[in-house]
Design a protein around this ligand. Structure first.
Ligand SMILES: Cc1cc2nc3c(=O)[nH]c(=O)nc-3n(C[C@H](O)[C@H](O)[C@H](O)COP(=O)(O)OP(=O)(O)OC[C@H]3O[C@@H](n4cnc5c(N)ncnc54)[C@H](O)[C@@H]3O)c2cc1C
Length: 359
């Protein structure tokens, strides 16, 4: 008789939010877990992540709620504005807070990564740096479960679903950074084919993100926002250009037919559903995936199913819970990206004014 899979082994590929959260959940479910990360150390850059109340609940169930809440700040009173500063609408933060009974929170990426790393270390999970996985079949042969948490260019996804499962360009570039003062004015400013966002992140700083058709230098980016309302140009002036991050906007298209493969591989986070950041759900969906996967595995173990049937069945439960939900969010984010970067600003702005805080 085969052993219950609660005693089994997993390799998690990638030590981003998705991989670290999954490793924590699997370890708590009784698995022997190791994490492989291609970088030689985790990069301490990245700006703020919005964490929706549902993802906050998932972090709490993963056992990192207290440490997370100690560094997170609430996001409230954010408006959508025109480049001249006229308010068009509110971001739906009040609605989220009313419905969930708690606010959307923001946390800087390095703080969230540190929180997850500390928990991983406390649980004794080994994390190997400088290990770029390319041969996924070698991993599946050596453990019971492989988790592909290796981001948008996932080697695990390519091994399961082929080269054509990779990301496509959305047609814009994004820049992100953190200014050295608190702007006090938050939300998004939507212009023609471009937008600028500002959020709180920690005392004395403002998190910002900008999307434009193209800009390869800081000066080119500044030119896109010349003449925009205060504090947009001031925020760019008060951010050290050496810390600005530029990336091409990409998303997974077409959507994957499954988040699991072969009864022993699961994909989580960007590896499964990389999306444009317009709904601010990249980290949230990664956390929800991690918690759902590890819960499915733990519940099947508790039911005493043998591993040969229990694990594939747990993976199917994970796929059913997360795939459609995450792909719906990705589609919504992509549609919002188009809407926000349209050239037809009159129609867009008129629509935003009549929508009840719904974008
Ligand atoms: C350094 C960094 C900074 C970021 N900053 C921001 C930000 O400021 N704002 C924002 O909205 N999003 C940011 N993101 C993206 C955001 O973290 C993700 O969209 C989201 O959190 C989902 O996380 P993920 O764990 O699925 O993917 P990722 O965060 O991309 O993590 C994937 C991990 O897998 C590793 N990896 C990749 N391929 C392999 C391989 N073959 N073998 C082993 N390891 C591999 C990568 O090095 C990475 O650590 C950043 C990502 C990174 C890596």
């Amino acid at each position: 008789m085969s052993a219950p899979f609660a005693t089994r082994t997993a390799v998690v590929v990638g030590a981003g939010v998705a991989g670290l959260a999954t490793a924590i959940g699997l370890r708590r479910a009784g698995w022997a877990v190791s994490v492989l990360e291609r970088r030689t150390e985790l990069e301490r850059y990245g700006t703020a992540f919005g964490i929706h109340p549902t993802a906050q609940g998932a972090l709490e169930r993963l056992g990192v709620g207290e440490a997370f809440h100690a560094r997170a700040v609430p996001y409230r009173n954010a408006r959508i504005r025109t480049p001249r500063g006229k308010v068009l609408a509110s971001l739906p933060l009040e609605r989220i807070e009313r419905k969930a009974g708690r606010p959307e929170l923001l946390i800087s990426r390095p703080f969230l990564i540190d929180t997850l790393l500390a928990e991983l270390a406390a649980l004794g999970v080994p994390l190997t740096f400088g290990e770029r996985v390319s041969d996924v079949s070698a991993l599946t042969g050596g453990c019971d479960l492989v988790v592909g948490a290796d981001g948008i260019h996932s080697a695990v996804r390519t091994a399961c679903f082929g080269d054509r499962s990779g990301p496509r360009r959305a047609g814009t570039v994004a820049w992100i950074g953190i200014a050295d003062f608190e702007s006090g004015l938050y939300g998004e400013t939507w212009g023609r084919g471009r937008f600028f966002g500002m959020t709180p992140v920690e005392a004395g700083r403002t998190n910002w993100y900008a999307t434009v058709p193209e800009a390869t230098t800081a000066d080119e980016l500044r030119a896109h926002f010349e003449g925009w309302h205060d504090p947009v140009p001031r925020i760019l002036d008060r951010t050290d250009p050496a810390t600005w991050i530029r990336y091409e906007m990409r998303h997974l298209f077409p959507a994957l037919p499954a988040f699991v493969h072969g009864g022993n591989v699961a994909l989580v986070g960007d590896a499964a559903h990389a999306m444009t950041p317009n709904l601010g759900q990249g980290a949230c969906t990664a956390i929800l995936d991690a918690e759902a996967l590890t819960r499915a595995v733990a519940e099947h173990a508790a039911a005493g199913l043998p591993s040969a049937t229990g694990l594939p069945s747990a993976l199917r439960v994970y796929d059913a819970e997360r795939r459609r939900a995450a792909q719906r969010v990705a589609l919504g984010s992509r549609s919002l990206h188009r809407f926000m970067t349209t050239e037809h600003t009159r129609l867009r702005d008129a629509l935003v004014r009549v929508l009840p805080s719904s974008v």
